[in-house]
Design a protein around this ligand. Structure first.
Ligand code: ADP
Ligand code: GLC
Length: 480
């Protein structure tokens, strides 16, 4: 099949979260399976500076209609592996910035235009480069208008650019909602600014467009596919999601085992496998050292790596500060985002620097070291479409402590409730229930044999993208 992806993040070129990992691994797996895969990404500064993009070919000049103006850009292409092409939609004014969405304090003012330009750039490239896609698969709000803009361009030009379109919701909490004047930039017919179009309480909703106008809609776990059709998790779009119930499926993400695999992980000081866990102790020692903790510490290390956002339940961990003060354990946190949460975590780390460490930055190497060197990984998300770190944790023999929501519930089994097949500890997304799970973690850690059994079961689970990508292949085939 000829498969086109459009995404605003792609590992290893640009990443703020799991979207990058998911699309990076899925597109690579599809290419390895012999499909002809093209991935479109905005030509952000970080991507253009990546060594793979150094020899990118300038393929096309673009002139994109944006309301009553035309804006220019260009398209560059490179191929990092067989069957895989990366297309960069470039326009310095929009994408030559340090971060993809905002300056750390606020989102960029021109995000609507930036991502409309991106989607239109994809459509224009499909047309001018005569790609003839079987499937055009777009991801999250930034690329959500693509199915609609593509069908509109086909109508205008009397051509077929894609046989089927697919849209994946990686997180329904981020919707790309903008003032109504943004509608003009889409150049879509006025009747689409209505309740059964992309109008949303007098504003424009990009995500709604993806959900309504793609041929098939997926999200990243079976449980989240159900959750987003409820008021509790639908973030206002539950009714819209319900209208697509028949075409909406949840396909679990996987783990890219070329990147996240303790047996070959070059970012670690030592490697290990289920049969030989000695390297994990080396990683633990390195983690203690990096955090400035005593080297001879024998108790449990709790790790946490996440965006500091309400979703991730960082505040629930902070609400349990007494737990970390009272017990002989360590807490290692890597993450940034919400300034208030960062400050509170920093205060805790400053109060007990021998027990709690915060690295408030993006750090790929440190994220691997935390996965490998910790004994438990905490992820008490309020909602979690899929979540990757709880899978990475199991693969790295680090027992996940997670809330029972979304993809976490689909990928972790509670070890206290399931003696024979548990791989983690589960709680509800509130401080009291998390505290109970943390207490149970101490109990589990004190029983070496049982801890090792839970650990080995996690490491034996198959989260590889081979399985995950097969689900997408089936769906593509089915919709064609
Ligand atoms: P989300 O996409 O909601 O942020 P996921 O669990 O799907 O959550 O994916 C998060 C990804 O981002 C993981 O690969 C995780 O290791 C990574 N990550 C999060 N915060 C950081 C950080 N501060 N430094 C490095 N990697 C991070
Ligand atoms: C989103 C979700 C996360 C998911 C990731 C990749 O960012 O928050 O749960 O794992 O996308 O699909």
């Amino acid at each position: 099949m000829k498969i086109v992806h459009a995404t605003s993040e792609l590992f290893p070129y640009i990443k703020t979260g799991g979207l990058a990992d998911a699309v990076g691994a899925l597109s690579a797996a599809l290419a390895d399976n012999g499909h002809e895969v093209s991935v479109f990404v905005p030509g952000y500064r970080a991507v253009l500076e990546h060594k793979d993009a150094a020899g990118a070919e300038r393929r096309l000049r673009l002139k994109i209609e944006m309301g009553d103006q035309f804006q220019s850009g260009d398209v560059r292409v490179f191929s990092p592996r067989k069957n895989l092409k990366i297309y960069l939609i470039c326009r310095e004014e929009f994408y030559d910035r340090r971060a993809p969405y905002g300056n750390g304090e606020r989102d960029y003012e021109d995000n609507a235009g930036r991502f409309i330009f991106f989607c239109k750039g994809v459509v224009e490239t499909l047309r001018l480069d005569d790609i003839q896609a079987d499937i055009v698969h777009s991801h999250d709000w930034q690329a959500a208008l693509l199915p609609l803009l593509l069908r509109e361009a086909e109508r205008r030009h009397g051509v077929t650019l894609a046989l089927k379109t697919m849209f994946t919701i990686h997180n329904i909490a981020y919707q790309g909602v903008f003032p109504s004047r943004v509608f003009g930039l889409t150049n879509l017919p006025g009747d689409l600014f209505q309740i059964d179009g992309i109008e949303y309480y007098s504003q424009v909703s990009f995500l709604k467009g993806g959900i309504l106008f793609a041929d098939r809609v997926t999200t990243v776990s079976p449980r989240y596919a159900k959750e987003i059709q409820t008021a509790e998790y639908g973030c206002g779009l539950e009714g819209v999601a319900q209208t697509r119930a028949d075409d909406l499926v949840g396909l679990l993400n996987g783990v890219d085992t070329a990147v996240w695999n303790p047996a070959i992980d070059a970012l670690l000081p030592a490697r290990y496998s289920p049969a030989n866990m000695a390297g994990k102790a080396v990683c633990r020692a390195e983690l203690l050292k990096r955090c400035g903790f005593a080297a001879d510490f024998k108790g449990p290390i709790f790790g946490m790596v996440c965006r500091f956002a309400e979703q991730k339940g960082v505040d629930l961990v902070l609400a349990n500060r007494d737990f970390f003060l009272a017990h002989e354990c360590r807490l290692v946190v890597l993450g940034s985002g919400d300034k208030q949460l960062e400050q509170e975590m920093q205060e805790l780390a400053a109060e007990v620097p021998h027990k709690v460490s915060l690295s408030a930055r993006l750090d790929e190497t440190m994220s691997h070291l935390i996965e490998a060197g910790s004994d438990f990984f905490i992820m008490p998300s309020r909602f979690e479409p899929c979540g990757l770190n709880q899978m990475y944790s199991q693969v790295y023999g680090t027992i996940p402590v997670v809330s029972r929501v979304g993809g976490l519930a689909d990928t972790v089994t509670d070890a206290d409730a399931n003696d024979a097949d548990g791989t983690g500890l589960m709680c509800d997304p509130n401080a009291g229930s998390l505290r109970d799970a943390l207490q149970r973690a101490l109990v589990l850690f004190s029983d070496g044999a049982r801890y090792a059994a839970v650990q080995q079961r996690g490491m034996a689970r198959d989260f590889s993208w081979r399985t995950a990508s097969a689900g997408y292949e089936r769906l593509y085939q089915e919709s064609l």
